[in-house]
Design a binder for this molecule. Sequence first.
Ligand SMILES: [Zn+2]
Length: 246
Amino acid sequence: MSRDKIRGIVLRSVKYAEHDRMLTVFSLEKGKLSVCAKGARSAKSQLLAVSQPFALSEIVLGGSRGSYISSARLMNGFFGLQSDILKVSAAAYMCQLIEVMTEDESADENLFRLLYWSLATLENASEHLSPLMACCFALKLMGISGMAPRLECCMRCGEHREYYRFDYSEGGLVCTDCAGPSDMPALKASEAMRLLDMLYWDIKSLPDMDIPDAELMKHLLRTVNDYVIYMSGRSIRSFDMLFSLL
Ligand SMILES: [Zn+2]
């Protein structure tokens, strides 16, 4: 593959100038980068489908620094995601997490595969899987980024207990005895086990996992999202949209 040819997924697409779109693309070869899709807002543009959120394309970069799309071929638009607001919201959340957690032009094949298979699985699954997929994705993203939370036992005393706090500053569970008074989120052992399951579950087989009941799912998703915010120091706006639908 030529130096200027990439395979990438559109994380974000915003209007730019009069006819263009500025895309944030997460590519297999170069990681995250910004490219201009010239003329992409015209209904007749070859780049119309390529510049939609979540679209996976083979892109030939133009310009001395690869700043615009010279030509592109759509490989998978994941258009099935657009039919359901929960799926779209979960997909947008996953894309924003990649944007927040990765550096520009730092390729990571594992992250690329995680995003690709998450979008592909979500597209063909029931919409009820969306929050579980979002939560599982966030955990796996943290794992690949070297920040997998420790969820097996208390990180201070090493004991297995029934009740814990998820202590973000320690990167995992602290039992209520060790934690004392704490404003960190509470997790029962069984709930921590569900997060651990998600961390190691094959994303393509996620439809086989039992979906937690609605209240527990919200608690787990918020807990994991707050962990990502704590570790990244960034806000994640798309979370509010997703969470409001649950
Ligand atoms: Zn303890």
